[in-house]
Design a protein around this ligand. Structure first.
Ligand SMILES: [Zn+2]
Length: 247
C-alpha cells in the first residue's frame, strides 16, 4: 500500500517536472545581445558605439529598448536592433533589457545585460593598464633579442673544459675543441658552427668527453699557455737584446 503511494507520487512529480519543462520550451523567449561596433569592450566595461540586438518569436512586432528603467528607443520592424553610443549615457553601471510585443498580444521580457559604461578618459586609463605592461614585455623581449648576440660574441673566447649546454665539438679542420652554440642551426647530423681557432665552418656533432680531452691536449700543445709575467730579469734581458737591434 505504502509502495504504491510512493509510485504514484513519483509519477506525479515526474509528470509535473516534464510538463513544466515542455511549457518553458514552448514559451516564446526574447533574447537580448550586445554587439560592439566600435570602441572598447573590456570585461563588463564598455565604451564606444554598440548595438543592442533582440531576437524573439516570428511574430515579434515591437521591441522597446531600455537602459535601466528608461526607454532608449522603440523598433517596430525587424531587424530589432538599437544603436547607441556610451557617451550619450552617464558613466557607471547600467542594465540593458528589452520588452517585446508579439502580433497576437504577448508581452515578453528579455534577459538583462549589465555593463559599466566608461567615459573616454576611463577607457584611456583602462587601455593604459593593458598596453603599458604589454609594451614593457615587448621592450624586454627586444632588449633580450639585441643583447643575446652580444653575449654570444663575448663568450667566443675559448676556455678549456667549458662547453655549455650544447656540448663541445672537435673541429674537423684543425682538430681543436670549441663549444657549440645553443642557438646555432641544427643540421640533423650536427650543428653548423664556426671554429674560433681556424675559422672554418663545419657541421659538428656533440663530441664525446674522451674526444674533447684528446683535442684539449692538442690545443695545449699547439698554443702553450704563455705566462703573462715572465721573471723580471729575463724580461729585462730580452728587452735589452731587442733594443740592440733597433740601434
Ligand atoms: Zn678549426
Amino acid at each position: 500500500m505504502k509502495q504504491k503511494f510512493f509510485l504514484v507520487l513519483l509519477t506525479v512529480v515526474l509528470f509535473v517536472s516534464v510538463g513544466t519543462g515542455l511549457a518553458q520550451e514552448n514559451d516564446p523567449t526574447l533574447t537580448l545581445r550586445l554587439n560592439r561596433n566600435f570602441g572598447y569592450g573590456g570585461i563588463g566595461k564598455i565604451q564606444g558605439r554598440f548595438t543592442l540586438e533582440a531576437s524573439g518569436p516570428e511574430n515579434l512586432s515591437r521591441v522597446e529598448f531600455f537602459i535601466d528603467e528608461k526607454l532608449m528607443g522603440i523598433v517596430e520592424q525587424p531587424p530589432f536592433e538599437y544603436r547607441f553610443h556610451t557617451d550619450d549615457y552617464s558613466p557607471g553601471m547600467h542594465v540593458f533589457s528589452v520588452i517585446g510585443h508579439t502580433s497576437n498580444g504577448l508581452v515578453l521580457q528579455s534577459n538583462q545585460i549589465s555593463k559599466v559604461l566608461l567615459s573616454p578618459e576611463d577607457t584611456w586609463a583602462e587601455t593604459q593598464q593593458i598596453v603599458v605592461p604589454l609594451l614593457a614585455v615587448v621592450g624586454v623581449l627586444t632588449l633580450v633579442g639585441l643583447g643575446a648576440p652580444l653575449l654570444f660574441k663575448r663568450k667566443k673566447i675559448f676556455q678549456i673544459g667549458k662547453y655549455g649546454p650544447a656540448g663541445g665539438a672537435v673541429c674537423p679542420g684543425c682538430g681543436l675543441p670549441y663549444p657549440r652554440h645553443v642557438l646555432s642551426p641544427n643540421m640533423l647530423v650536427g650543428k653548423l658552427e664556426h671554429c674560433p681557432h681556424c675559422r672554418k665552418w663545419s657541421i659538428v656533432p656533440r663530441s664525446s668527453a674522451a674526444n674533447l680531452e684528446e683535442a684539449e691536449s692538442r690545443y695545449q700543445l699547439e698554443e702553450p699557455q704563455i705566462p703573462l709575467t715572465s721573471p723580471p730579469e729575463e724580461e729585462l734581458k730580452r728587452m735589452l737584446e731587442e733594443s740592440r737591434f733597433e740601434d
